[in-house]
Design a protein around this ligand. Structure first.
Ligand code: SF4
Length: 267
């Protein structure tokens, strides 16, 4: 069942709510306005996308096809970065293959889209994979990280992935297997996340509250800025130039383009 809000269906993407939790203004610029900086794609996004795609190609078509996907990606179109290079993407991919080959790994589905109706709206997410590893079923999420210190808890997305898996799949997955692809170490580790019933109930209460705050920001047209979130993952938020300007609309027109897909959340 999908809920209708004010005559329509209010959908929230999981990353949209995560970004909103981080900083409401960030969600405003990114999803309400759909603003994307002009110029080359961020090397961090590009790198993550290429490695993700290579992993999917590997499971569908084999190792050579996946290597070719990395080789042929448009590396010249992104800014140079000391770690996020084609060579390191290949090295990371090989580390992934080594890890997978140590197990019986069967992919059951990739890019699994799902929706979960809550009181205030529909929570929309996507699993990277559903896979059987050594005979047991897992939801698999890939993360390209720069250090092992990457935190997988608390993380509302992983709780939700697990929660939905428990509710919708006939065979209950054992948990969310997070593949940490460490670009610095060129190594791969798996971390298993499972959640207790009380954590899942807490997830539902928290998500409802986040949605409620989102809808109030939207209704009032006020999106608080969270200054502590401006510098994260070693880089400055792309919207900093807007949050610190007294002519934000002019700056937005000059330095950003509108991505309609981001606004309608059809991705
Ligand atoms: S610059 Fe800071 S306050 Fe502005 S959207 Fe980004 S994180 Fe939020």
């Amino acid at each position: 069942m999908l809920l209708a809000l004010g005559g329509g269906v209010r959908r929230f993407r999981s990353t949209q709510l995560s970004d909103f939790q981080l900083c409401p203004a960030l969600a405003y610029w990114r999803y309400e306005r759909g603003l994307v900086p002009k110029g080359p794609e961020s090397v961090h996004l590009f790198f993550g996308k290429v490695v993700h795609e290579a992993i999917h190609v590997y499971h569908a078509e084999g190792q050579e096809a996946a290597r070719a996907r990395i080789e042929e990606a448009p590396w010249d179109g992104v800014e140079a970065h000391r770690l996020k290079t084609k060579e390191r993407a290949l090295g990371l991919f090989e580390a992934y293959v080594r890890e997978v080959k140590r197990h019986q790994f069967e992919v059951e589905a990739t890019e699994v889209e799902f929706e979960w109706p809550l009181t205030l709206g529909v929570w929309k997410g996507r699993w990277d994979m559903l896979a059987r590893v050594d005979g047991m079923l897992y939801i698999v999420q890939h993360k390209t990280v720069q250090s092992w210190g990457y935190q997988v808890a608390p993380d509302l997305q992983l709780e939700a992935y697990y929660y939905v898996g428990q509710k919708v799949l006939e065979e209950k997955p054992r948990g969310v297997l997070v593949t940490l692809l460490n670009v610095r170490a060129l190594d791969v580790r798996w971390t298993l996340r499972t959640f207790m019933e009380y954590e899942l109930e807490r997830w539902e209460r928290e998500v409802e509250q986040v949605m409620d705050f989102y809808l109030r920001c939207q209704a009032r047209g006020v999106w608080p800025r969270a200054a502590g979130a401006c510098r994260r993952w070693w880089s400055l938020c792309p919207y900093h130039v807007l949050c610190t300007s007294d002519a934000a609309e002019e700056v937005a027109e000059r330095l950003f383009v509108v991505d309609e897909e981001r606004r309608d959340l059809e991705w």
